[in-house]
Design a protein around this ligand. Structure first.
Ligand code: ADP
Ligand code: ZN
Ligand code: ZN
Length: 651
């Protein structure tokens, strides 16, 4: 009798031995279905042998999912690394890495007709050329920051790199943030690489993902463009990984293992002898620090393509007292004039819905989500929606607390702005782009055509409008309320606002004409707004790095966050205290700062109370070994313990 050691998507970090029924053809690294408890679960074979386990009866494998293994030892090793670093089980890491589809099904095309363009037609600028040469002549296994202002032509550098890698018979992986799959970069890659390109993201069905995985793994496709989890896609010989907009939060996974694709990529390219290129106009503080200290290659594109100047920026103070106050006179006039000349504008308001606060004017109580400790957002058609848990309800006719019918909708989201624009600029055509508007699958592809054909005067939206668009006809960018998110209790909040507004500003003046950015704010003296207005990443970085040093945050320390969540607040609190006591016990003798336990800034989400502890250390291995010990100490599922190494946000 032969046996297989199999790992499963369960939080225990060990393999389970199953019998291989006669006649079943199984290979290491294939997926199989096995009985587990009372359920059937998919598992991954990691070893086949004939050592009969003693002390218990083995159960048999039920069936084989993949005739041919989906992966090989390289991915097993990378997932082992992921599990070790982010404190999960091996099986959880493999499940996060691999597609879940089970049958090839019909091969569907990812996209419609297009005319492939010869990659030869790129003539690089001097700056682009020296970045390209610098990267290609470096040591395989090295990481590079490509730091270039918006519109400087980072995409052209990626395209040339990919072309060279393919010429050598190797494959390339291009990672993009969640949102930009419909954006410029993807369209450019499709233009150049046609059928040898596959996509990999959550918009595909599991079976499409499986198909694309196999195409890339076999080498039939040489380029994969995808979101976070595509960092695990295997190929015969990896030559290059590009992470575009490397600062973006979508590279961090939100469930176990809470990996950052950037770190996984760094590990992977070292193992496989490929290059990693991190591109950004607003690099994360950690990446810039690494580049400045020589840990990675540093390449800059200082100018925009064709030397177009960066947009001019004006900061306008708004009072924010009245609702139609949200569009200043300056912005109104600028947009009107642009539209009269056949030019376009983009408005950023990072808040969807109609009004973010619904409040009773008599007792001054806000209507909050019953499951979360935050205010419900008013959406059109009289619906209130919680943006955290999705809870929705009809707008109450009277205040749930005092019965008054004097209920006010305060503040503005994109829906209200759309309405206001229609009122104050009735001749202009507005297109709203936010999560509510893109439910329809191809809404954003549609948008690109409409923008290009001049059927839109104002593109209004949340952070979705700030990323990756390359429309040459946009003259004006309006930041409607720069202050949103400014006071969040999170050490990365300035960095996030800096990049959000800078990226949005970078959407205008991308051809021969200089763009104009109007930043509206309640606080025009704000230092951060000043850095943004002067396009001064360097000074922003200098100030931020000082703060991080003082407060001992990354890159000067690493952070581990232990968050307990559950429906019974008392139990959550007690569990957090017991975890806290254990942490202090484990660390006894080591002078590491431990913050908490305390209620998380978002103290309740989706009916779960949340308490957290934060531990900082200069050394990752100290945190990881602590986290392992804590995981072994606390394995209850209610309240549940989330462990996050290098958290992206701590709300
Ligand atoms: P970034 O990603 O740095 O914001 P893009 O790669 O989108 O910048 O480039 C901005 C614009 O300049 C794009 O329209 C792009 O096609 C054009 N461009 C950049 N470099 C070149 C080049 N070498 N040849 C032709 N067009 C270029
Ligand atoms: Zn009331
Ligand atoms: Zn909620």
């Amino acid at each position: 009798m032969r046996f297989a050691d199999i790992v499963l998507n369960v939080p225990v970090d060990r393999s389970f031995t199953y019998g291989i029924p006669d006649g079943l053809d199984v290979k290491p690294y294939a997926r199989v279905t096995v009985p587990f408890g009372r359920r059937k679960e998919p598992g991954f074979i990691i070893r086949i042998h004939d050592e009969k386990p003693s002390g218990f009866e083995t159960k048999d494998i039920i069936s084989v999912i993949d005739a041919e293994p989906l992966f090989d030892g390289r991915l097993a090793k990378l997932c082992r690394y992921t599990a070790d670093f982010y404190v999960s089980s091996f099986g959880e890491a493999l499940s996060a890495a691999l597609p879940s589809g089970t049958s090839d099904g019909v091969r569907e095309k990812d996209f419609g007709e297009y005319v492939p363009r010869a990659a030869e037609s790129i003539i690089l600028t001097d700056g682009q050329k020296s970045a390209l040469d610098g990267i290609l002549s470096s040591k395989p296994g090295s990481t590079h920051l490509l730091y270039g202002v918006t519109g400087s032509g980072k995409t052209e550098v990626y395209l040339s790199l990919v072309r060279r890698v393919i010429e050598e018979g190797r494959s390339a992986l291009i990672l993009v943030p969640e949102i930009s799959l419909s954006a410029h970069i993807f369209l450019r890659f499709r233009e150049y690489f046609g059928d040898t390109l596959v996509l990999y993201h959550s918009g595909l069905t599991p079976n499409q993902r499986l198909n694309n995985w196999k195409k890339f793994r076999s080498g039939e496709a040489k380029v994969a463009v995808g979101t976070r989890s595509s960092v695990f896609m295997q190929c015969p010989s990896l030559g290059l990984v590009v992470i575009d907009e490397e600062h973006d939060g979508s590279y961090k996974e939100h469930s176990t293992p809470r990996y950052n694709a950037r770190r996984i990529a760094m590990q992977r390219i070292k193992e496989e002898g490929a290059f990693l290129v991190l591109g950004s106009a607003t690099p994360s503080i950690e990446t810039m620090y690494a580049a400045k200290s020589g840990v990675m290659g540093f390449h800059r594109l200082e100018k925009r393509y064709m030397d177009t100047p960066l947009p001019s920026v004006e900061v306008i103070a708004i009072e924010g007292k009245r609702d139609d106050d949200v569009i200043s006179n300056e912005l109104k006039v600028a947009v009107k004039r642009a539209a009269d000349n056949g030019r376009q504008a983009i408005f950023l308001l990072n808040r969807r819905g109609f009004a973010p606060v619904v409040m009773c004017r008599s007792c001054r109580k806000k209507i909050e989500c019953p499951n979360c400790s935050i205010s419900m957002t008013y959406h059109r058609e009289g619906m209130l929606l919680c943006h955290y848990c999705g809870h929705s309800m009809k707008e109450p006719e009277s205040c749930p607390s005092c019965g008054s019918s004097d209920i006010a909708k305060i503040g503005s989201g994109t829906q209200r702005i759309e309405q206001i624009i229609e009122k104050i600029l009735p001749s202009l055509r507005v297109f709203r782009l936010d999560q509510d508007a893109v439910r329809k699958k191809d809404a954003s592809f549609n948008l690109i055509d409409k923008m290009k054909n001049g059927e839109i005067d104002i593109l209004l939206g949340t952070q979705m409008v700030s990323k990756g668009f390359d429309f040459s006809n946009v003259d004006i960018v309006g930041i409607l309320l720069a202050d949103i998110g400014m006071s969040l209790p999170d050490f990365r909040s300035s960095e996030r606002i800096f990049s959000l507004i800078t990226q949005a500003a970078g959407r205008c003046g991308r051809s021969e004409r200089q763009g104009r950015v109007i930043i509206q704010t309640l606080d025009p003296e704000n230092e951060l707004i000043g850095f943004i207005a002067r396009h001064d990443y360097e000074s922003f970085y200098a100030r931020e790095i000082e703060l991080r040093k003082l407060a001992m945050y990354p890159p000067f320390a690493r952070v581990a966050r232990f968050l307990l969540r559950g429906t019974d607040e008392q139990k959550v609190m007690e569990a957090s205290q017991s975890v806290g006591a254990e942490i202090k016990k484990i660390l006894s003798g080591k002078p590491l700062p431990v913050l908490g336990p305390s209620p998380a800034p978002l103290a309740k989400i989706g009916g779960n109370y949340r308490y957290h502890l934060i531990v900082k250390s200069r050394h990752a291995d100290v945190l990881i070994s602590l986290a392992r010990d804590v995981r072994n100490f606390y394995s209850k599922t209610e309240p549940y313990l989330e462990i996050d190494i290098d958290p992206f946000e701590m709300l």
